[in-house]
Design a protein around this ligand. Structure first.
Ligand SMILES: NC(=O)C1=CN([C@@H]2O[C@H](COP(=O)(O)OP(=O)(O)OC[C@H]3O[C@@H](n4cnc5c(N)ncnc54)[C@H](OP(=O)(O)O)[C@@H]3O)[C@@H](O)[C@H]2O)C=CC1
Ligand SMILES: O=C(O)[C@@H]1CCC=N1
Length: 266
């Protein structure tokens, strides 16, 4: 079967996206070719997903749809090593933080380019991906990109000027929430809970709160007020959070990550 999707870089995000594309039937394993320099990773990808693997980026780049899933820091080097012949995909999808559509279009002359920012909950189909299309993209290509990223969760379209901010929030956000869950569990242990119980309580509290907010569509401030009894436990905890700058720490984290995304595109 002919390769339909080439992927350059077979790391965390490529694995997450490919696994969901296969699980949802968007592509068959024989239709995907991943280019990855590390032999053990190539073997793991092939064993786990049955996809084609290669250490030759030029082979992956010959596919009609090419997904770039390398680190932004190696983008220039990877592009410089692509031969003009292999530089022939019809549609290039980049998940790279920071790397601008203009850089992508410069690297793939005359090809349609869509810059995206997915996130790691993609692994379980609960991601959210923001797409921003370049000038050469047609409606069918936007539809195809949307279909590909819907395999890993929600898809929204934004102007490119917003993608660094998206990266700071939803791209990097899973790490902030993971730290919050870990810290909540640590708090539980500090208050006397056995570790396994604290871990479970912390995780389910975040999962349940996010699900409740999502399903009820109530504002987070309203939910906070519902939990907070006058003179009770929650307001005692919130007082500590405010003293420690919890809100501003999260705001600053998103801004710092967005700024770093901008820097990666320079
Ligand atoms: N992780 C995340 O949560 C998110 C990441 N992204 C973006 O996704 C991209 C990939 O990130 P992530 O999956 O986390 O990173 P990984 O490091 O897990 O994956 C990158 C892969 O690229 C491979 N690679 C390195 N050099 C080359 C090369 N010259 N040719 C081909 N492949 C190469 C690496 O191989 P090896 O390590 O074996 O050398 C690695 O397997 C980044 O640009 C990032 O900005 C976007 C959204 C979320
Ligand atoms: O940390 C990073 O640079 C990547 C981009 C978004 C999430 N991880």
């Amino acid at each position: 079967m002919a390769v339909k999707l080439g992927v350059i870089g077979g790391g965390v995000m490529a694995s997450a996206i490919v696994s969901r594309l296969l699980a949802g039937g968007t592509y068959q394993s024989t239709e995907i070719l991943i280019s990855e320099p590390t032999l053990s990773q190539r073997e793991a990808l092939h064993q786990q997903y049955g996809v084609g693997v290669t250490d030759d980026n030029n082979l992956a780049a010959m596919s009609p749809v090419l997904m770039l899933a390398i680190k932004p820091q190696v983008f220039d080097r990877v592009v410089a090593q692509l031969s003009p012949l292999s530089n022939n995909p019809q549609l290039v999808l980049s998940i790279l933080a920071g790397v601008k559509i203009a850089q992508l279009e410069g690297a793939f002359p005359d090809r349609a380019v869509i810059r995206t920012m997915p996130n790691t909950p993609a692994t379980v189909g609960m991601g959210i991906t923001a797409l921003s299309a370049g000038a050469r993209v047609d409606a069918a290509q936007i539809e195809l990109a949307t279909q590909i990223f819907q395999a890993v969760g929600e898809v929204i379209t934004v102007p490119e000027s917003l993608l660094d901010a998206v990266t700071g929030l939803s791209g990097s956000g899973p790490a902030y929430i993971a730290i919050a869950i870990e810290a909540l569990a640590d708090g539980g242990v500090a208050a006397g809970l056995p570790r396994p119980i604290a871990d479970r309580l912390a995780l389910q509290t975040v999962l349940g709160t996010a699900t409740l907010l999502n399903e009820s569509q109530i504002h987070p401030a309203q939910l906070k007020d519902r939990v907070t009894s006058p003179g009770g436990t929650t307001i005692a905890g919130i007082t500590k959070l405010e003293q420690a700058g919890f809100r501003s720490a999260l705001i600053e984290a998103v801004i710092a990550a967005a700024t770093r995304s901008q820097e990666l595109g320079k």
